[in-house]
Ligand binder design. Structure first.
Ligand code: CAA
Length: 240
């Protein structure tokens, strides 16, 4: 029977490409979203991938949602913690709310997503935890003290889970996308975006599919010895 994969934030942007790539590989895929019902409905109609609505920042919501996915599709063997938000502001203007929102979603959201799934993976002696971090967690970024802190924290989660899961057949790895052509990057003011693109040696933004192929690689049965690592996909913009 096909293994089940859960992709948080899996109906738009990089997450949508990941959901579709995993489906194309034969996995049973569930994609979550937090708010945009219309985008989720279109995504499901176009791809046949079922979308589930919950807030990854809420542990009880995540646990209940995950339980529903497992009832519908079977035990989750692959979890892709992809859901993330930005609330960019220079530090002197950043509000405590902007800090908390980003931490709750991008960092605590990873805990809330993986924690309810982890005991089942340990029992079944198989699991693939894949966390979508960011180039900005590796290098820092002007106006992203909150975001960069969470994305660096995600790398700490992955490395620690790799230690804990190794004996149980579970791997935990991170992917650090550079600037990818998604709504999140398109929301950056055009002038700033042009200056970012000029710093990418490849000379262009990445495509969501170029991140999805990293996920497919890490999700494979054959990737069991790749554990605790970080794959950077950033067009040579930064070397960790
Ligand atoms: N480096 C250095 N200085 C910068 C800068 C940068 N990258 N970006 C802006 N500045 C400077 C400006 O030149 C300006 O300086 P002056 O006042 O001397 O002219 C100043 O900072 C801007 O200050 P403001 O008070 O006007 O800024 P603001 O409150 O209007 O905020 C901003 C603007 C939020 C910083 C906006 O420029 C922005 O969104 N920048 C992009 C930040 C970014 O790269 N985010 C990444 C999003 S994509 C993502 O996160 C996905 C991923 O994982 C890669």
């Amino acid at each position: 029977m096909a293994r089940t994969a859960l992709v948080t934030g899996g109906t738009r942007g990089i997450g949508a490409a990941i959901s579709q790539a995993l489906k194309a590989e034969g996995y049973s895929v569930a994609a979550t979203y937090a708010g945009n019902d219309q985008a989720a409905a279109v995504f499901t109609e176009e791809t046949g991938i079922k979308a589930y609505k919950w807030n990854v920042a809420d542990y009880a919501d995540s646990k209940a949602g995950i339980s529903q996915v497992e009832t519908d599709l079977g035990p989750i063997d692959i979890v892709v913690a992809n859901a993330g938000i930005t609330r960019d502001a220079p530090f002197h203007k950043m509000t405590p709310e902007q800090w908390t929102e980003v931490v709750d979603t991008n960092l605590t959201g990873v805990f809330n997503t993986v924690h309810p799934i982890w005991p089942g993976m340990r029992q079944r002696k198989f699991g693939r935890v894949i966390v979508i971090s960011s180039i900005n967690g590796q290098k820092g970024q002007f106006a992203q003290v909150n975001y960069a802190a969470t994305k660096a924290g995600d790398l700490g989660i992955v490395k620690s889970l790799a230690h804990e899961g190794a004996r149980a057949g579970i791997t935990a790895n991170a992917i650090c996308p550079g600037y990818i052509a998604t709504e999140m990057v398109m929301a950056v003011p055009e002038k700033v975006r042009d200056s970012i693109i000029s710093q990418i040696p490849t000379g262009r933004l990445g495509e969501p599919e170029e991140i999805a192929r990293c996920v497919v690689f890490l999700a494979s049965e054959d990737s069991g010895f790749i554990n605790g690592s970080t794959i950077s996909a950033n067009g040579a913009q930064f070397f960790a």
